[in-house]
Design a protein around this ligand. Structure first.
Ligand SMILES: Cc1cc2nc3c(=O)[nH]c(=O)nc-3n(C[C@H](O)[C@H](O)[C@H](O)COP(=O)(O)OP(=O)(O)OC[C@H]3O[C@@H](n4cnc5c(N)ncnc54)[C@H](O)[C@@H]3O)c2cc1C
Length: 489
């Protein structure tokens, strides 16, 4: 906004007391990115830190540097949770109501509320939880007061959070057990910037960042393509690498060889193989079994094994927003309430029937922020285009023939996505209704394809029409200079 729409004013309404969303909110040990920072960071701000798989402290520092550089903090209203947003086509205005009683109005509403619920993580209702004498904590509720030094910890789950948390816990805990229902893919990768990247950064941080970013985008796309086209080959390569990193007698097939193909669900990143190192040190073990119930002293598995614990961490996932991207906000357009499943996505950034509205949704198979940045580029282009055309409302009309019920919101089968799939907006199987999971395609679509594509309609609000009529009438009432001269003669 500051760079591309310098004349526009804007407000950021943030329910929390600080910036950073996910990166300020999560506090569990070891929290770090699982994307490289060349693609997770902004395209215009080089990532120059030593680690490209970065701890949260580095990510927040980087974010705050950008906030200070563009003097953005003064635009943020903290502790301001939006509860309602209603659009008036007559006024061409959104009225945004907040839980603290404040009301804001704007001509365009841009929803950047993330994809999961902040209030509570997902924990299945395990039998006997209230009998357990230790502490049960979801990673989302972790706070610094939790002391795990010298304790026995059981982590239920094996997703990205467990993969991050377990090596960090193993540094201080007495013993850590990962209890997983079924294995997922774990892939090791160096956490530090490579020699080539350091060399490129040394020549010019901007050039280095640009080259590293594109190398990472293409590598990621290539791996995704290979996983979808030659799943057996990719599976074998991942499993072979794990065998070389785990102790000789370790049962890789039971614990790290999933039933599904790579990238049918997210592949968990293991920076520098830290998880496997902890396994080798003997301070971590993996159990592949189901939770039968909690006992007073730990967790009993279905096969009858008792996993003794002082702390049980339920790394069992997030609760996705059920009305994405409206989040917990009631959205009303001309007195009609909108639910996400009623809408079709347009270019993956707007919803049908909801005027002057865009939302951010990133990638599931690459850095989320790659798409977030493209979305912002599109929104700025759209705002400038509306200014040029003089129209103050843009809207996409629902085209039922475009809907494809078989088209999944994300091409992933993870449980947390499956739980909410019916509560998501619809999509079609071709452009502009299809959600791409491809950065290059989206860049063409959002940064370069013309805004006025015939699908996105532009119109005047009642207020703008009245203003235009008034000014025309005023012009007619003021005699022109030549009329004055003629009158004098
Ligand atoms: C532990 C963890 C690690 C992750 N690691 C990666 C990674 O390495 N790479 C990657 O690509 N993705 C990762 N993700 C996904 C991650 O959430 C996104 O990459 C990114 O941080 C999302 O940014 P966002 O601003 O869209 O959403 P969020 O970070 O979720 O921010 C949303 C913001 O909106 C605010 N908000 C919500 N509702 C309201 C309301 N009604 N009123 C006012 N404010 C509101 C929230 O308080 C929050 O500040 C990770 C997610 C988690 C949970």
């Amino acid at each position: 906004m500051r760079k591309s729409c310098p004349g526009k004013s804007f407000r950021i309404l943030e329910r929390r007391e600080s910036l950073g969303g996910t990166w300020d909110f999560f506090k569990y040990p070891g929290i770090r990115s699982d994307s490289d920072m060349y693609t997770f960071g902004f395209s215009f701000r080089p990532w120059t830190a030593r680690k490209m798989i970065a701890p949260k402290e580095d990510i927040l520092k980087y974010l705050w540097n950008v906030v200070h550089e563009f003097d953005l903090e003064k635009h943020v209203r903290f502790n301001t949770e939006v509860s309602d947003a209603s659009f008036s086509s007559d006024r061409g205005t959104w009225y945004v109501d907040c839980k603290n009683g404040k009301r804001y109005s704007c001509s365009f509403l841009f929803m950047c509320t993330g994809y999961y619920k902040y209030d509570k993580g997902y924990t299945p209702d395990f039998e006997g939880m209230d009998e357990f004498r230790g502490r049960i904590v979801h990673p989302q509720a972790w706070d610094e007061s939790i002391d795990y030094e010298g304790k026995r910890v059981v982590v239920i789950g094996s997703g990205a959070t467990a993969a991050t948390l377990i090596p960090a816990l193993a540094e201080k805990a007495k013993f850590v057990t990962m209890l997983q229902r079924s294995p997922g893919y774990y892939a090791a990768r160096p956490s530090e910037t490579s020699g080539v990247s350091k060399f490129l950064n040394g020549i010019s941080p901007y050039l280095g960042h640009w080259l590293n970013r594109w190398r990472s985008i293409w590598m990621g796309s290539f791996l995704w393509y290979m996983s979808k086209t030659y799943p057996k080959l990719v599976r074998n390569a991942i499993i072979k690498d794990i065998r070389s990193r785990t102790p000789k007698d370790f049962d890789v097939d039971t614990h790290f060889n999933p039933k599904y193909n790579p990238w049918d669900q997210r592949v968990c990143l293991v920076p520098d193989g830290d998880f496997f190192e902890a396994l080798k040190r003997g301070c971590v073990k993996v159990v592949t079994d189901h939770v039968d119930r909690f006992t007073e002293s730990g967790v009993r598995t279905r096969s009858g094994e008792i996993l003794e614990a002082d702390i049980v961490v339920t790394a069992t996932g997030l609760n996705l927003q059920t009305n994405f991207p409206m989040s917990n906000i009631r959205v009303v357009v001309d007195n009609k309430t909108y639910d996400s499943p009623q809408s079709i996505m347009y270019r993956g950034v707007m919803l049908s029937e909801v005027p002057n509205f865009a939302f951010t949704m990133g990638y599931a198979n690459a850095s989320w922020t790659l798409k977030a940045e493209l979305t912002c580029v599109f929104v700025c282009r759209l705002l400038n285009d509306m200014d040029r055309s003089g129209k103050d409302i843009c809207i996409v009309k629902r085209d039922d023939s475009a809907v494809d019920e078989n088209e999944q919101f994300f091409d992933l089968s993870s449980g947390y996505l499956m739980r909410v799939k019916d509560r998501m907006p619809k999509q079609g199987n071709k452009s502009p209704w299809k959600l791409n999971q491809d950065y290059t395609l989206d860049m063409m679509n959002l940064s370069f394809r013309k805004i006025q594509d015939g699908v996105l309609k532009f119109q005047l609000s009642g207020q703008r029409r009245r203003d235009l009529l008034d000014s025309r009438r005023r012009d007619e009432m003021i005699p022109s200079v030549s009329e004055h001269r003629r009158a004098r003669l």
